[in-house]
Design a protein around this ligand. Sequence first.
Ligand code: MD6
Ligand code: FE
Length: 197
Amino acid sequence: MEHFPAKFDAPAQRRLLGELRRIIAEAPLFVPTMPRSGKEMSVRMTNCGPLGWVTDKERGYRYQATHPVTGKPWPNMPRVLLDLWNEVARYPAPPEACLVNYYAASAKMGLHQDKDEADFSAPVVSVSLGDTGIFRVGGTTRKGPIRALELKSGDVVVLDGEDRLAYHGIDRILPGSSDLLAEGGRFNLTLRRVTKP
Ligand code: MD6
Ligand code: FE
């Protein structure tokens, strides 16, 4: 795993947030539900790029080309995210999906592996905006040591190599730790290559 603190400085964070506002205006945040149980996740989601990651009770985790509520194609991926991928991913094809997760004050994300993609030789690259998230990352099984680190606004994380399938999650966010978002809370954007090039 690589952590790049403050990869985006404050002006770059505001520009990326502007892009994100346009994405959400076109592809509103939706309420994801867990496979089988139908239990609502605490984060709100949307995507940009040719594919988006979605989940619901009936059809479970998957990538699809359209928004589950509006039925429209996902908005284009902003160039700044493609540039970031080219800089840090060391992979010969562009990302196909950018999953956007929004955490209000009490939202969190359970420990999980990102494994719905066809090629684990492609990394997953994330960007955090807004309030700090307490990120936990362990090994490739649920057992074993887990370490915690703070993901602050503008930070980038790359899960690659032996950590590509590491369990990770967000314990909680620290409400009020950033003033980037007028509404408070935290966005995390994850860039993924979904298919083999
Ligand atoms: C989050 N991040 O930061 C959740 N996944 O809100 C992830 O699930 C994640 O940060 C893969 C690679 C990097 C990540
Ligand atoms: Fe993840």
